[in-house]
Design a protein around this ligand. Structure first.
Ligand SMILES: *[C@@H]1O[C@H](CO)[C@@H](O)[C@H](O)[C@H]1NC(C)=O
Length: 368
């Protein structure tokens, strides 16, 4: 294969690699290393000066079986679209810019499509990144009487090894479906009423604001671990729980739900009991709900349910950093805007890009 590559292409690719990723650690997955050696930039702008007017059209331009990091830069504005990044389009980055992040919004809901498919943005592929993006579901708040649409998801992340930087997730019930795979969220903002972070993903949420807009009894997480061999769980570290209502940190959607809060500020919205077994008393024995060095008015543990655990240093350790989601094999800092400009000036992305050096095929099997 290398024989087909001409020398300038190899030099250019190598230069870019050194320029942009001088420190890609050797522990990073081979297919990700290869993908990061080349980059394609696609611009979406509402004013017609980009490559596409909609995010959907930009995604359509990415080939199935994509092997290179493809950055979809999204200009400011509100994009009313239902967006799917399917399981054949890996290595996609959504990138917005300060000061006004682009908002991706739609109004589907559970009554129409079921909770799972109500999401405004659905990502099924691996190595997805989002930087400076607002994900929103505009469906009205469920009133509990089935008169309106019910649960409405802003983002469902079903791919593995996804990361979110400075993103906002806006909705009411079931805002963020953290469905499956390893995920990393940092400097994000998640807003909702009931079960607004839910699913069977394995995720680290770092420095993230969790804003409850519930009016009464409610719950932040509904983690879905159900068997002892499942590795999933949500870990919140250095987060900030703010807002209204009387909200449990988690309620037991499934019998082995696993959630940890550490070094987190807990405001008055947090229910003194902390956690809820959803009426299944037998789940008290199998739930893994842990707390470690939290602070603020909602962090007092004296009225917590009996199965709430205050973790020891040793018990807390696996949850506190990126190793919880196996970050060493996939977590890279997001591209910086200056790097994007460099890519542009090198005119990559205008044509189909060359095969990466020593290309490692992406596994063809669908991510589970
Ligand atoms: C938590 O977030 C609220 C709202 O943004 C802010 O006012 C407050 O200072 C934050 N608290 C901490 C401890 O970060």
């Amino acid at each position: 294969m290398a024989g087909k590559m001409n020398i300038p292409v190899i030099l250019l690719t190598t230069t870019l690699f050194v320029l942009l990723f001088p420190l890609v650690p050797a522990t990073i997955d081979k297919e990700l290393q290869a993908a990061e050696m080349d980059m394609k930039l696609i611009k979406v702008r509402k004013d017609g000066t980009g490559d596409f007017l909609t995010v959907t059209d930009a995604i359509k331009s990415i080939p199935a079986g994509n092997t290179i990091r493809t950055i979809i830069w999204i200009g400011p504005g509100i994009y009313k679209e239902k967006i799917l990044v399917d399981r054949f389009k890996h290595f996609v980055t959504f990138y917005g810019s300060k000061p006004v992040y682009p908002t991706l919004t739609f109004g589907d809901n559970a009554k129409k499509l079921g909770t799972f498919n109500s999401a405004t943005v659905i990502v099924e592929s691996n190595y997805f990144q989002a930087v400076n993006i607002v994900f929103q579901n505009s469906s009205p708040e469920p009133d509990g009487k089935e008169l309106n649409g019910g649960q409405a998801v802003a983002l469902r992340i079903s791919g593995d090894k996804a990361s979110f930087y400075n993103c906002k997730f806006i909705g009411f019930q079931d805002t963020l479906c953290d469905d499956k795979g390893n995920h990393f969220f940092t400097n994000c903002y998640i807003e909702g009423t009931v079960d607004f972070i839910f699913g069977n993903g394995k995720s680290l949420y770092l420095n993230t604001v969790i804003n409850s807009i519930a009016k009464g009894l409610s719950a932040i997480t509904a983690q879905a671990r159900s068997t002892a061999d499942e590795k999933s769980g949500f870990s919140f570290v250095h987060c900030n729980i703010t807002g209204t209502g009387n909200t449990y940190l988690g309620r037991a959607w499934k019998q082995r739900a696993k959630v940890v809060f550490a070094y987190t500020y807990m405001g008055t919205a947090v229910h003194p009991e902390g956690w809820n077994n959803k009426g299944y008393k037998d789940r008290d024995k199998t739930l893994s709900y842990g707390e470690y060095k939290n602070y603020g008015p909602g962090a007092a543990t004296k009225d917590r349910v009996t199965y709430s655990r205050t973790l020891t240093d040793e018990q807390a350790k696996p949850y506190l950093d990126q190793s919880y989601v196996g970050g060493a094999s996939w977590l890279l800092p997001p591209p910086r805007l200056n790097d994007l400009k460099k890519i542009k000036s090198l005119k990559l992305g205008a044509k189909p890009s060359p095969k990466p050096l020593g290309s490692n095929p992406i596994p063809k099997s669908s991510p589970q």
